[in-house]
Design a binder for this molecule. Sequence first.
Ligand code: NI
Length: 217
Amino acid sequence: MMALRPGVRLRVAASAIALALFAIHPAVAQEEDRPDPARMMDDLMWGRGHVGGPFELVDQTGRKRTDADFRGKFLIVYFGYTYCPDVCPTDLMEIGLALDKLGDDGAKVQPLFISVDPERDTPGVLANYLSMFNSRIVGLTGTPAQIRAAADAYKAYYTKVYPEKRDVYLIDHTGFIYLMGPSGDYVGFFPPGTSADRMVEVIRQQFAAKQQAGRMP
Ligand code: NI
């Protein structure tokens, strides 16, 4: 959280967004033995508990990837799905733009798009979709259990919903953009709708902080 100061303003904004996200489908039944989404959100908002952790997934080329593959780089981790009608495309566009704006420094940042719709988001579908944004974004999918484990580690919430009179489902999901440090440490999150410029600003601050601490060239 530290990195994203002025934090109070950010937290208030993020809380409002989170409340709005949850208000969309207040009656959605929770699966059994799942972490309570409201508590998960609260923990994330107030920096309680661990965020991030190991995952084992498959990228858009079909190759198995784990969190350890990305050590040494900052990670931008985003949970979403390719059929998402609204928030995901906007945020992915800004993430892609942030990479471009970072120029050569963009090489120190690896964005990950983790699908919360593993049934439809096969590696091929992900490859197609991500080619519209930025070729550097790694798309990840897996079994429903692998995806659920990764999302739980990041306190990311998602659930299937069936809009009225439609047989195609949508997925309600939190849209936080997580920033992880080069050793897999949690730095903080950007709320959905964060601009590329703001991401670049915070990421550059993080570069400087890590360089000062001697943890990056
Ligand atoms: Ni979305």
